[in-house]
Design a protein around this ligand. Structure first.
Ligand code: FES
Length: 111
């Protein structure tokens, strides 16, 4: 099992869930009730599954494809450690991962 921690856009709320290896982060987030629309269901055509990954965890993930990078360029409030949740498959080697919901609060607080 991989421990996934979701942090709300304003940084105030944390939610922890355990997910099996091989699960897609977007599915785990939606099952946990996190506000990720994932409109295109993993087709890399919407960027509504954008999350901001903890810097240490980001380094452990397989690199984003060029298509994913292109979508992230269009995502609102994207950062250096932004990823599309539909492109992240949880891997046993991760052990745990922390991601934050993007949002205007994030920018307003300058965090
Ligand atoms: Fe649309 Fe991830 S669900 S890009």
């Amino acid at each position: 099992m991989i421990r996934v921690t979701f942090i709300s856009a304003d940084g105030q709320t944390r939610q922890q869930v355990d997910a099996p290896a091989g699960a897609v982060l977007l599915d785990v987030a939606q099952a946990a009730g996190q506000p990720l629309e994932g409109t295109c269901e993993g087709q890399m055509a919407c960027s509504t599954c954008h999350v901001i990954v903890d810097a240490d965890d980001f380094a452990k993930l397989t690199r984003a494809s060029e298509d994913e990078e292109d979508m992230l360029d269009l995502a609102a409030a994207a950062t250096r450690t932004s990823r599309l949740a539909c492109q992240i498959t949880l891997d046993e080697a991760l052990e745990d991962i922390t991601v934050r919901m993007p949002g205007e609060f994030y920018n307003m607080q300058g965090m």
